[in-house]
Design a protein around this ligand. Structure first.
Ligand code: ADP
Ligand code: MG
Length: 667
């Protein structure tokens, strides 16, 4: 907390409801009650068994009661005579009535209370603040109490939403909301106040996104790709299957964007195997058919190579031959390719970051498809966006995330979701196994390998630099080399030089390695259809989304596939039970959101991910949709927020997201 604003926006963790305070004389053993009283005496008593118990007698205008905190003698230092204390807990019979408070708050020191009339300020709800560095809950509460009226006076001029808007949403003004959060008169007031601040938080984030989107789409004139595309017609008609409904819908959205005048800026989201690549291929071909070049960019060389193979297969019958440009494209091959790209002869180019280097000049770039975008941070996304001049951009992500989170994180994009898998694919069977099942599991793995299948064993390294973990993984690998001595076993971890990593990975892709022991550096999108077994060690250390990503490496071919999540503790963790219970990535993502909170969905704090203090992505989707809708409308009408009535919005946007705004300016 550095500024007055920080203090105002420092939201209580919870509230103690003193409106339900009981008079001390009315307490009966067996009650659960909240009381408020002055400390009239206190001390620490040692029981016969040697436990130290802190005692305090509290008195209000109706009577007095003894409170006991077993095993918490240190309270002696924080609870003092004459303080006004709020305590909540069970009342029992012990030499008379006694309360054992579960919670207590010091409401005031002696000096702060008036005449000792033992008054609970009647009908009040007390905020309990999260402590911050250097400030305790009580200090924060004290500072807020003393300064709130003055701080609130400053707020008046900062109300960015007009009254009509607020009443539509059913939320109070900013000033009222802040007053309520810090000093509610009743518990019922609090939710609308929270909603107000949640809305504000979501709205400004959406405003940021809407401006970025507007810039991207309108900054340069877009290309209207022609609506008649012979290549696409032949491509779709020649596929051995029909698009699923979800694929068709996504394709329709993409096609409409491409034919439109503004530049496309769209996220194509779909679980592993949902058929995104086929849709992306259609988009690439549409660009080509209109006389433009199209590029597909992947985060690693290996994934780029894989995409090249897939696209080459898909496009073979229609006579389009995709090319590849990565860091290892060198010498004469590179020179030739660069000149073909510059001459517009290379129509479809797959590659890595190498695609956006200085030397690469496209003759007529029309579309950039970016794969596995969640591995690029927000800032890199910005650089990528500059790669093509007037190009359309399609971002593919295999990470299923709830819509609320997608709108928060990728709010600057339009979103197409493929929420259906192609028919007839056998689901991966998942088991959760304790340490005692290891032998049976390994015997099974042995059988699969003997049948010619391949397998993964994943080892969680929380931190790739953790020497101990690494040692464990290496030891396990050595054990496996012995155990599976008739097979070829490979090892990959984050400390390996990347050339070495690529070599092992490539060996696995080619079938020259049967069993791959790996940490999570394993490629997100790697596709080895012959791999049918995945063992995940210490699986309780992974988040659900991550487990699902890992499992997505198998079940990609005609053979039945099996995943085993091993846990090392005594009890089967709830999270693993959920994991085994469904193959639906979105369902798992929702459960992850519920279990681990919104900041953590990818198992790590995302670079540039917004922090939400008031909004709850599980419950506030409606608010979010409304915020997004309004933000987009405002930006469509006044992109630079120059109108007088948008002045406050512009100011607040700068205040909240100045840094990100600056970043978008770059684009
Ligand atoms: P993603 O990129 O979303 O992981 P892909 O596009 O690679 O998925 O598709 C996975 C597999 O499913 C590929 O073998 C592809 O040919 C096949 N496939 C895609 N769409 C369909 C469909 N509509 N019906 C049947 N198979 C499909
Ligand atoms: Mg794919």
């Amino acid at each position: 907390i550095l500024t007055a604003r920080d203090l105002l926006y420092h939201m209580p963790l919870r509230y103690e409801d003193a409106t339900t305070v009981a008079g001390i004389s009315s307490l009966e053993p067996g009650d659960e009650a909240t009381i408020i009283g002055h400390v009239i005496s206190k001390g620490v008593i040692r029981t016969r068994k040697g436990m130290r118990v802190f005692h305090a007698v509290l008195r209000d205008s109706t009577g007095q009661i003894e409170c006991a905190w077993p095993g918490r003698p240190w309270l002696e230092r924080t609870i003092r005579r004459n303080q006004l204390l709020l305590a909540t807990g069970a009342v029992r019979f012990y030499h008379g009535r006694q309360m054992q408070p579960r919670e207590h708050i010091v409401l005031a020191d002696e000096s702060e209370t008036d005449d000792g009339s033992a008054g609970a300020p009647a009908g009040r709800v007390f905020p309990v603040y999260p402590a911050t560095e250097g400030l305790t809950h009580r200090q924060i509460r004290g500072i807020v109490q003393v300064n709130l009226p003055r701080l609130l006076r400053e707020v008046e001029s900062g109300e960015p939403f007009d009254a009509a808007w607020r009443s539509q949403l059913g939320v109070p003004s900013l000033r009222d909301a802040l007053r309520i959060l810090h000093d509610p008169r009743s518990i019922d007031e609090i939710e609308p106040a929270r909603k107000r601040l949640a809305y504000e938080e979501l709205f400004f984030l959406q405003l940021l996104h809407a401006r970025a989107r507007h810039r991207h789409r309108a900054a340069r004139e877009g290309i209207s790709f022609s609506s008649e595309s012979e290549l696409v017609r032949r491509f779709l008609g020649g596929l051995p299957f029909r698009l699923t409904q979800a694929q068709q819908r996504a394709w329709d959205e993409i096609e409409a964007d491409m034919e439109g005048q503004l530049r496309m800026y769209r996220l194509l989201q779909g679980d592993v195997g949902s058929g995104k690549t086929v849709v992306a291929a259609a988009a690439l071909l549409k660009a080509v058919d209109s006389g433009y070049q199209a590029a597909l960019m992947a985060p690693t060389e290996l994934l780029a190579e894989q995409h090249l193979r897939t696209l080459a297969d898909l496009m073979e019958t229609i006579g389009v031959e995709p090319r590849i440009l990565t860091g290892s494209t060198t010498g004469a091959r590179r020179d030739t390719l660069l000149s073909e790209i510059a001459a517009g002869e290379a129509k479809v180019v797959v590659g890595t970051h190498a695609l956006i280097q200085e030397a690469v000049r496209f003759h007529s770039p029309g579309l950039v498809v970016i794969d596995e975008q969640h591995r690029f941070g927000v800032e890199q996304r910005q650089t990528l966006r500059q790669a093509g001049e007037a190009t359309d951009t399609l971002v593919m992500s295999a990470t299923p995330i709830p819509r609320s989170l997608a709108l928060t994180r990728y709010g600057d994009l339009d979103i197409s979701v493929i929420d259906e898998l192609p028919p007839g694919r056998p689901p991966v069977r998942t088991g959760v196994r304790g340490p005692e099942s290891r032998d049976v599991a390994f015997a099974f793995l042995q059988e699969q390998l003997a049948e010619g299948r391949q397998g993964y064993i994943v080892y969680p390294l929380v931190d790739e630099s953790e020497v101990l973990d690494l040692k464990a993984a290496t030891q396990m690998y050595e054990g496996l080399v012995q155990r599976f001595d008739e097979f070829r076993v490979g090892l990959i971890h984050g400390r390996l030089p990347s050339a070495e990593k690529e070599k092992v990975m490539r060996g696995f892709v080619r079938g020259e390695i049967d069993l791959l022991v790996t940490t999570t550096v394993i490629e997100v999108g790697i596709d080895v259809s012959n791999a049918t077994v995945m063992f995940i060690e210490d699986a309780e250390r992974f988040g659900l989304a991550q487990l699902h990503q890992l499992r997505g490496r198998i079940g990609r071919g005609p053979h039945p596939s099996y995943c085993a999540a091993f846990y090392s503790g005594k009890e089967k963790p709830e999270r693993l039970r959920i994991f085994a219970g469904t193959n639906d990535g979105l369902e798992l993502a929702r459960a992850d959101l519920r279990l681990r909170g919104q900041g953590n969905l990818f198992g790590e704090r995302q670079h540039g991910a917004p922090e939400l203090r008031f909004a709850d992505l599980e419950t506030d989707l409606d608010l979010l949709e409304d915020a997004r809708h309004r933000a987009r409308k405002i930006v469509a009408d006044d992109p630079e927020l120059r109108r007088a009535r948008h002045a406050l919005l512009a100011r607040e946007l700068r205040e909240r997201h100045g840094r990100s705004e600056a970043l978008y300016e770059v684009g």
